[in-house]
Design a protein around this ligand. Structure first.
Ligand code: EPZ
Length: 418
């Protein structure tokens, strides 16, 4: 089933619960390697990236699988027999690199294929390695694999040269079992870092400061498994709200920590939508085309780069001209040529896209290139005249569970084909 076909024009109305956060889940799954015993994660989204991480953990010798009784629970026993994450799995998902910190911290060594770049950028891992080296790991590059080894890691001060979410998570996890105190300066503040820190503390770690740019970890001798409910996916919530705005609908998302959506909510309000925030829920009502504005993505609490394509889609039919600046990744405009095929008026200038609102988009066959670009194309298709076919939807399935069913439950005319 490789294509999603959406008939534009329906106004989205109703409420839908978001799935658990894909990005939180991946880091939490890696953290299970630090623990003696079983880790249970609930509210896990059934997406391809989670399946890939389960395969990687199994390849390491851990026991990692979906629960027989609950379709959104995974159970992981972090025992490891072969601390090597194979290339054919790592190349599918760069978040696989998150197993390196736990492996070297708990088992004294880890080999992970160097994750290649991807559609949105080179995405090096130099900051991950800088942090692990500071903790005393010996790093060796060997035939495309990164090997990290240490008898026991030792706490240290690590000042990241730039804000990196997975880099912060990787080094924070490694530091939980290092001897002594580690201070992470210029740490990422994303909610996925904060949620991981909370889980590590529940496992017996001593972590403070998560959510700020300075995290302090005091090493302990060992961690135990936990039973953890994954937070709702803030990016899926933002994606569905953007769909509500472009269709001038009345949409409520449920099951998300609204504090993690504040900047997105602020932007949607600036775009002219009316938003009500309740406990775990956000309602958006829009009655007119979005207002044009300037968008600049930035590390949390700035506007999430993962929301950029979806908001740009809305701006293609906004009243006026907008500028979208992507500051986090160097090539995260892959959705632009596809939106242009739908009649969008966009001019690229380095890291900025100049978007002039048009009256309407015209449906067209378009190609997904990466997870959030494809989500942006779906959002655009909801407002285009005619049928838009988004192909290579395996990109969407990496991070969204049954997105077409969620949108259909809000009134979208959308189906999966092929
Ligand atoms: C996480 O990726 C997310 N993925 C991404 O979501 C998200 O876009 C990104 O954070 C930024 O918020 C997961 O959590 C699995 P970074 P991550 O390290 O941690 C550069 C999605 O769509 N960098 O914060 O890999 C890097 O090249 C995905 O769900 C280095 O230079 O992103 C980028 O330009 C896409 N050296 C910038 O930092 C390093 O060692 C931010 O990347 C690490 C990163």
């Amino acid at each position: 089933m490789d294509r999603i076909v959406v008939q534009g024009g329906a106004r989205l109305v109703g409420e839908v619960a978001v799935s658990g956060s894909k990005n939180s889940t991946l880091a939490l799954m890696a953290s299970a390697l630090l623990a003696e015993g079983e880790t249970v994660l609930r509210n896990v989204p059934r997406v391809r990236d989670v399946d890939t991480m389960l395969q990687i953990l199994e390849a390491l010798g851990a026991r990692a699988r979906w629960d027989e009784r609950d379709a959104h629970t995974v159970r992981i026993d972090g025992r490891v027999t072969k601390p090597e994450a194979p290339y054919d799995l790592v190349r599918k998902m760069r978040a696989s690199f998150l197993v390196l910190g736990p492996l070297v911290a708990r088992f004294g060594c880890g080999r992970v294929s160097e994750p290649g770049g991807c559609a949105i950028g080179v995405r090096p891992v130099d900051q991950h390695l800088k942090g692990l080296e500071a903790l005393g790991a010996r790093i060796r590059l060997d035939h495309g694999y990164v090997e990290a080894s240490a008898d026991r890691l030792t706490g240290a001060r690590v000042a990241f040269d730039l804000t990196t979410v997975n880099g912060t998570q990787n080094v924070m996890m490694a530091a939980t079992l290092a001897a002594g105190e580690t201070v992470l300066e210029n740490a990422a503040r994303e909610p996925e870092v904060t949620e991981l820190a909370r889980a590590l503390v529940a496992m017996g770690a001593d972590v403070s400061g998560a959510g700020t740019d300075r995290i302090v970890v005091r090493g302990v001798r060992g961690l135990h498994g936990i039973d953890h409910d994954v937070a709702g996916d803030r990016i899926e919530a933002g994606t569905i709200l953007a769909a509500g705005l472009i269709t001038r609908g009345d949409v409520t998302v449920l099951g998300v920590d609204t504090a993690t959506l504040e900047t997105t909510i602020e932007k949607l309000r600036e775009m002219g939508a009316m938003l009500e925030v309740g406990a775990g829920r956000v309602r958006l009502v829009a009655e007119a085309p979005a207002r044009a504005l300037r968008i600049v993505t930035a590390p949390y609490p700035g506007l999430a780069t993962d929301m950029q394509a979806q908001l740009m889609a809305v701006l293609t039919v906004a009243s006026g001209s907008s500028v979208v600046t992507e500051t986090v990744f160097e090539n995260r405009f892959m959705h632009v040529p596809e939106l242009q095929r739908m009649g969008a008026d966009i001019a690229l200038d380095g890291r900025s896209a100049h978007v002039r609102g048009v009256g309407s988009l015209s449906a067209a066959p378009v190609m997904a290139t990466d997870l959030r670009a494809s989500a942006g194309l779906l959002v655009a298709g909801l407002a285009a005249d005619g049928e838009t076919t988004v192909s290579r939807v395996y990109h969407i399935d990496r991070g969204y569970e049954r997105i077409e069913e969620k949108l259909r439950s809000l009134g979208a005319e959308i189906r999966r084909e092929g």
